[in-house]
Design a protein around this ligand. Structure first.
Ligand SMILES: C[S@@+](CC[C@H](N)C(=O)[O-])C[C@H]1O[C@@H](n2cnc3c(N)ncnc32)[C@H](O)[C@@H]1O
Length: 247
């Protein structure tokens, strides 16, 4: 435990804020939001020049902040010992896909499958609060292809269409790592149902948007998945839900 008096004061202040400010929610969801301000200050990305140089190159191709990008980088590197390939569903302009592919290109022969409609979000429904469908259509296969060429990432393969409906047949075997960044409940559910029988023991599933206001469909789906006994669930406060397949 840290005995720094300033930190003690900050933690007391945080609890007082928690008690005094009203949480907010999309009406009727029961999913409560409040300002979350962790106090730890470790910033490992700053000590990782390879990551920082890569982030500089891809930051205009991603909607994902540097904290989550670094977590993807770190988790993908750890996936090199897990059997199977990497799947990202929800590529948009290729930023996070490039991070996953860069993390593994020199240390494994894994293929990084990058699946997107390239026509925006699909399957928005009653479980979702803000998404209606068609968001994030401002991208193209050519744009992502050229980013992968520019970054010398031949370990990537782009799948255009709704996943799993249109493009599942392109993936031959096990999955070591899933990055699911599709913004809505039903897409997340269909992707995970496809993945579950293909996951290796030790595989990680990372869901973007867990806890973002407006992405309650993803939060709902992850909260359902938490009940499985073969998965370890981690909520680390940065907008990722992380699951690890245990057996
Ligand atoms: C928020 S964006 C992804 C952001 C990206 N990971 C980044 O680095 O910024 C969400 C993407 O999910 C895609 N998408 C949503 N559901 C999908 C599905 N079932 N199959 C394929 N793509 C899907 C959309 O087309 C959109 O490009």
């Amino acid at each position: 435990m840290n005995t720094n008096p300033a930190l003690k004061e900050a933690t007391v202040h945080a609890y007082q804020t928690l008690r005094s400010q009203t949480p907010w929610q999309h009406e009727g969801t029961g999913i409560l939001h409040h300002r979350v301000l962790p106090f730890a200050t470790l910033a490992p990305w700053l000590a990782d020049p390879t990551f920082m140089a890569l982030y500089e190159k891809i930051q205009s191709n991603t909607l994902v902040d540097i904290y989550r990008c670094h977590e993807l980088w770190s988790l993908a590197q750890q996936a090199r010992y897990v059997e199977g390939d990497v799947l990202e569903v929800g590529v948009w302009r290729g930023g996070t896909g490039a991070i996953l592919a860069s993390a593994l290109k020199d240390s494994s022969d894994k293929t990084i499958f990058l699946a997107d409609t390239f026509e925006g979000v699909v399957k928005a429904g009653m479980q979702d609060t803000r998404y209606k469908g068609g968001e994030h259509a401002d991208t193209s296969v050519q744009l992502v292809e050229s980013l992968m060429v520019q970054l010398a990432l031949p370990n990537t393969r782009i799948l255009k269409g709704i996943f799993p409906d249109d493009t599942q047949a392109a993936i031959p075997g096990k999955i070591a790592f899933l990055h699911c960044d599709v913004d809505v409940y039903s897409s997340s559910k269909d992707i995970v149902e496809w993945c579950l029988p293909r996951l290796s023991v030790g595989a990680s599933l990372v869901f973007d948007d867990y806890g973002f206001f407006g992405c309650e469909g993803v939060t709902r789906f992850c909260n359902e998945l938490r009940n499985r006994k073969d998965m370890r669930f981690i909520h680390n406060l940065n907008g990722h839900a992380i699951f690890v397949k245990l057996f």
